[in-house]
Design a protein around this ligand. Structure first.
Ligand code: PEP
Ligand code: MG
Length: 326
């Protein structure tokens, strides 16, 4: 199989009926970078910047942040990279961060964009490092755990301020700057059109989104496997996001674990996703699946089954049968 996947690396990422799908990889540290060439990924759909903070014993200095971001872009050789602002808090604790507090419900607590908007110095330093590292190249910046659009506006103000600051000092700025939001908190599902208009792109964080839609702690083994992401309600959620993106011409990606399993990647493509980001090892198997797939058939499958699953069968079983038949 490894041999097949290696061969596939040279093939275009296109379904049997000619639909191009961007297969991107998730990364977070410099050691991940060689995987970009080895996996044949079209780019980095999620760069988890908090990992540099988590493996350090103090806050990484601005220079160290800038160096990592520059190394990432150099390694990407022009392939697109989406940098996510630090997503700490919840289960990602920094022992040296004195501001953190013991929380009863850390997943619902002071984390990600909430934390960095409250400690704007942290965000400013990171954004400045990113702007400098991306001089002469594109910067795609993504905000984690957005709950309301005001958070995006606040982050944008910080970005704009840093851009003004750097241009005053005649720094080489990014050629373009795209600001995106992760869809991880269900409140965004009820303002999808406004969201799509407020950003340049969105990426579904299906790990957190599933956790919040199903009210299931993703880190608690007793419940984490109890419900299925390939179930009607969650698939409907995902379809609504893909539809809203298409309706508003806003690019949509999905970067949670779902993207890396061939059967769920297949479902995502059927629901309208044309870009998914996964661990590099998953790219070969997902590509092997999609080159055998006819999207039109799968669309028809969903048109028939997403409003009322045939024979009351679980969606996973129906999707598996669809895949086996072909
Ligand atoms: C997610 O929630 O799906 C996601 C990609 O972010 P993380 O797993 O880092 O929380
Ligand atoms: Mg998340």
């Amino acid at each position: 199989r490894q041999e097949i996947y290696r061969e596939l690396r040279k093939q275009p990422s296109v379904t049997k009926d000619g639909v191009a799908i961007d297969l991107l990889m998730n990364a977070g540290l410099a050691v991940d970078l060689p995987q970009l060439a080895e996996s044949g990924a079209a780019g980095i759909g999620l760069f988890r910047t908090e990992l540099q903070f988590m493996v350090a014993s103090t806050f990484p200095r601005a220079e160290a942040q800038e160096k990592l971001y520059r190394d990432v872009l150099d390694a990407a050789r022009g392939k697109p990279v989406t940098f996510r602002t630090i997503d700490i808090g919840g289960d990602k604790v920094l022992p040296y961060f004195k501001g953190s507090v013991q929380e009863e419900n850390p997943a619902l607590g002071w984390r990600a964009i909430r934390l960095t908007l409250d400690r704007p110095g942290l965000l400013r330093t990171q954004i400045r490092a990113l702007l400098k590292a991306c001089g002469g190249r594109e910067l795609k910046l993504m905000l984690p755990m957005v709950t309301e659009l005001a958070e995006i506006a606040q982050a944008r103000e910080i970005v704009d301020r840093e851009v003004r600051h750097l241009s005053r000092f005649a720094h080489h700025l990014p050629t373009s700057l795209k600001l995106g939001a992760m869809v991880e908190v269900p409140s965004l599902l009820f303002q999808l059109d406004e969201l799509m208009k407020a950003v340049d792109f969105v990426s579904v964080g299906s790990n957190d989104l599933f956790q919040f839609v199903m009210a299931v702690d993703r880190g608690n083994n007793q419940v984490s496997d109890r419900f299925d992401p390939l179930s009607v309600p969650f698939l409907r959620v995902l379809k609504q996001i893909a539809d809203a993106g298409n309706r508003n011409f806003t690019p949509v990606t999905l970067c949670g674990e779902l993207a890396g399993k061939p059967i769920s990647a297949m479902a995502l493509i059927g629901l309208g996703f044309r870009s998914i980001s996964m661990s590099p090892a998953a790219i070969g198997p997902v590509k092997a699946m999609l080159t055998e797939l006819r999207v039109e058939e799968l669309k028809r499958f969903f048109a028939d089954n997403l409003s009322a699953p045939a024979h009351g069968m679980p969606m996973r079983a129906l999707l598996q049968a669809f895949a086996d038949d072909r």
